[in-house]
Design a binder for this molecule. Sequence first.
Ligand code: PMP
Length: 362
Amino acid sequence: MHMNRAYNFSAGPSAMPEEVLLRVREELLDWRGMGLSIMEMSHRSKEFIAVAEQATADFNTLLEVPKDYTTLFLQGGGSTQFAAVPLNLAAAGQTVDYVNTGYWTSKSITEAKRLAPVNIVACSREQGFSRVPPQSEWKFSDNAAYVYYTLNETIDGVEFSFIPDTGPVPLVVDASSTILSRPLDVSRFGVIFASAQKNIGPAGITVVVVRKDLFDQARPDVPATLHWLVHAANESMSNTPPTFAWYLSGLVFKWLIAKGGLKEIEKINQRKAAKLYKAIDSSDFYLNAVEHDSRSWMNVIFSLADAKFNKAFLEQSTAAGLLNLKGHRAKGGMRASIYNAVSEEAVDTLIDFMSDFERKNG
Ligand code: PMP
């Protein structure tokens, strides 16, 4: 690792693979002999179109996206999709079903309520969002346009370990903070969307994977910038796409392919999460209240049993080059986001720091 680079546990925007950053630096001023930067090039140029097509193809290869799906690279972040989902899938007045497992689903529900009657199928708020309610407890509505959930709750540290079964009702998932961390059976979903600034690339780009038969369901009044079919018909270039972010995402996809793809990254991610949870569980100094089979592989939340040590923990971890361990303000405590670009070495260093801190203060 480069000498001046710290270990970055930020929840997003988050760590990028160092190889990708080095490549960008190399190509920044003169992109592949063109005499200009990729960010200075028209999105309509044949060079940029080739970059975009390659990135899309590599994403589809990594996630094994079936042929009856379209992959879009859009602006607006995950939050824009909170509105785009009901607008593109629910007829006026049609009920939409949500499984609420935390902060980000709650946000999405607030947005959906402005656009459609929302039925909460299940909610774990009373348990402090510390578990995914099993499907046996869910209460679907009769005629929902879709069923929606958040695959990984970035703030609550809760991740689904199963794919819900919704029969013929399209399943929509916000996969922002876990996409590309392990394989996912795309064929089980109607729509998958993810903001990029965790496992895909820099902030400013959002991937939306839509099963093509669902394009028919859009309301007549959907604004063009939110209309999935408009974007699909224009290869995600109906307006200027976030070209630099798309290019960087493409470099991340190549990095992942070179690492052996999602089956290989899954093994590394599983090891990283398992050893960090083991370190937390085997100590009385650190706590994590999330039910074991709902624990996130990507965002490991923990608190110090005695909150008086929080300040010292954060100060000393920062001084040791372990950055951004403070939990989200809505949750408190600590959070280590250990996305694909966070190495096993970073996790080992964090575990060593934690046990050292406990020894000195416990
Ligand atoms: N969904 C999840 C699971 C997230 O973690 C986030 C952002 N952290 C969002 C949606 C919102 O994404 P954005 O900020 O890109 O709108």
